[in-house]
Design a binder for this molecule. Structure first.
Ligand code: ADP
Ligand code: MG
Length: 597
């Protein structure tokens, strides 16, 4: 028999509560029945009255003394074993499902049982039930659960589920399933926080940063939103901490105004230096331009990209760049590290940047920014490891309507496209593929291109593997009317005149991707439209997507579809797997569990 430790590690259990939450899949209940109820399993003492052989079947008649009733049963595929067990006059305990047929009682598949009045939990693992039973028996008890911090009700529930004494103990799992589930969910969330709490490591900062950000905020041509202000305050607290370096992720929808938060952070770092890494040259350039536009003129800003630098990064207060930064071995002393669109980098790259500028056991403050909204519940779960700020509103109300269209709407779509171009706006059309494919019932860029080029001017084309992607996007931004692309435009480039997006074969994309694409239009509040082109207008996901605007709600919706088994192209982090918790709906439970830590 495997040792407990081995079993626990094979089950990937690292805490006592992991084991406690391995709830039996069902129970083998051999409690003697008090009544004969058709449709239910019964356990009773029986005397064999009569046996008749019919081919390879055995027809038996049993008398149940307790109920003074006869029941009949048919056994299939009988073996010599059955003859000995069911010989006339034999008394035995049997278990089987009772049915009623024309007033006669029948037992389906009666089995002889040797133990009675016991309830044996059945665990669903790859191990023998007896091994799990033994382990649970030796580890799960009142004292141990109490030590883990569970309350009386939780302990009582867990013990009843693992060690039921009578049928009533397991009945609530059927009759009050939701109450029990809620308790299990709470324990699971609590267990999660307990485990993560031990995993979070904090380091002292290289220095505490206290730059005055007020003059910068007052110099802006607009007012910060409440949430931008709130996040800046949280970061202010982080940076001024002299005991531990900041470790925060700021998550905000596309267009929620994260750049200003980045710039404000660079200002709070002054007179010390900060660095910002972005996933593409285009994005780095855009951030650089915004930094130059908004930061005080006295702040020295440098841009570092492969073969294209601006300013001298060794003297700069604020260095902005791509991953080219990771190859610099002569970076100055830097006390604040920021990463924009952090989900586009691997963990290694993000950590490398921080390592480059940290000193031995002291770390630079670290802020990461992400435009991939996650459900609030997930954010809470993550907050045990890293501080999380959410920006859920945008500075101006975005006026984007989403419509699901099909082939028959094409003439209407064309006239809408012409109107937008006439108004000096721009149009984006996203195709599923560059080249023709038999697998996909939609046109590719290659197939559609000539139509657009023949009927419109200033048509630009790019895609993920296009080496000239950045140049194409930059010229399109200046002088294009229509951009044909694959989902590359997902990267947060700002095209302020873009007011119409058409997503071809929309149902093939994950909700997060659709949301990113939709976020490209109406960046500055212009009335905009997102068309989801599909052969299936009734598609439930698309219909719900069209009705939902906030990225945080979309993330929740995405989870709901995933939970319901509708798993699509992975566009959102799959997150942690939970046995009982439903991240889409259990916000309250998670919040309560978090407060117990
Ligand atoms: P994202 O969160 O996607 O990075 P940005 O920082 O690029 O969003 O902001 C989108 C646009 O909104 C930018 O043009 C920015 O200047 C503008 N903006 C940011 N904050 C505000 C605000 N409080 N009021 C008005 N406009 C703002
Ligand atoms: Mg951004």
């Amino acid at each position: 028999m495997l040792k407990q430790k081995e079993i626990l590690s094979k089950l990937k259990f690292s805490s006592l509560l992991d084991l406690a939450l391995l709830i039996p899949a069902n129970y083998d209940d051999t409690t003697l029945s008090e009544a004969l109820i058709a449709g239910e399993e019964i356990v009773a003492l029986a005397r064999v009255e009569n046996v008749k052989k019919l081919g390879d079947r055995l027809q038996i008649n049993l008398f149940l003394p307790k109920f003074k009733r006869f029941v009949s049963a048919t056994l299939f595929k009988v073996t010599p074993y059955h003859y000995t067990v069911f010989s006339v006059g034999a008394e035995l305990f049997i278990k089987g499902k009772l049915t009623q047929f024309n007033g006669f009682l029948q037992l389906l598949q009666p089995k002889k049982i040797t133990t009675i009045d016991k309830i044996i939990p059945k665990y669903k693992t790859t191990f023998k039930n007896s091994e799990i039973l033994q382990m649970i028996g030796s580890l799960i008890n009142y004292e141990n659960l109490k030590k883990e911090g569970l309350n009386e009700l939780e302990i009582k529930t867990i013990l009843a589920l693992h060690f039921p004494k009578k049928t009533d103990d397991i009945l609530p799992f059927k009759t009050h399933r939701n109450d029990i589930l809620k308790i299990l969910k709470t324990i699971e969330a609590y267990n999660h926080f307990k485990k993560l709490k031990g995993k979070r490591v904090d380091f002292p900062p290289t220095v505490s940063l206290n730059g005055d950000v007020e003059p910068f905020i007052n110099s802006l041509p607009f007012q910060l939103t409440d949430e931008q202000q709130k996040v800046i305050n949280e970061i202010r607290q982080d940076l001024s901490n002299s005991a531990k370096a900041a470790k925060r992720v700021v998550i905000g929808d596309v267009g929620s105004g994260k750049t200003i938060v980045i710039l404000a952070s660079a200002v709070m770092a002054l007179p010390r230096k900060s660095i910002l890494m972005a996933p593409t040259s285009l994005l780095a350039l855009q951030l650089y331009e915004e930094a130059v536009k908004f930061l005080p003129k006295s702040v020295k800003i440098a841009l570092v990209m492969q073969g294209n630098n601006r300013g001298e990064y060794k003297d700069a207060d604020f260095i902005i760049g791509t991953h080219a930064l990771l190859y610099k071995d002569d970076l100055p002393q830097i006390d604040l590290v920021m990463v924009d669109e952090q989900h586009r980098f691997g963990a290694n790259q993000r950590n490398l940047l921080s390592k480059l500028v940290s000193q031995k056991d002291k770390k630079a403050h670290m802020l990461q920014f992400s435009a991939t909204p996650i459900p609030r519940t997930q954010a809470m779960m993550d907050s045990a490891l890293v501080d999380v700020s959410l920006i859920t509103t945008t500075p101006f109300d975005k006026d984007i309507s989403t419509r699901i269209i099909s082939k028959e709407d094409f003439p209407f779509l064309l006239s809408h496209i012409r109107d937008e171009i006439a108004a000096h706006h721009q149009v984006l059309i996203v195709y599923p593929l560059v080249e023709k494919s038999e697998q996909i019932p939609y046109q590719s860029i290659d197939e559609a291109r000539s139509f657009w080029e023949k009927n419109f001017e200033n048509v630009f084309v790019t895609h993920g593997k296009d080496k000239e992607k950045d140049e194409v996007l930059l010229s399109f931004r200046e002088k294009g009317d229509i951009l044909l692309a694959t989902t590359v435009v997902e990267v947060g480039i700002s095209l302020p005149r873009l007011t119409l997006a058409v997503i071809v074969g929309a149902e093939r994309l994950g909700l997060a991707t659709l949301h990113q694409l939709r976020g490209r239009v109406g960046r500055l509040g212009l009335t905009s439209c997102c068309y989801l082109y599909t052969h299936n207008k009734q598609n439930d996901r698309l219909v719900k997507f069209a009705q939902t605007a906030s990225g945080f709600d979309i993330a929740r919706l995405d989870l709901e579809f995933r939970n319901s088994g509708d798993i699509l192209e992975g566009s959102m982090q799959s997150g942690q797997k939970f046995r009982w918790l439903d991240m889409a709906n259990d916000e309250e439970i998670v919040k309560n569990a978090m407060m117990r830590i």
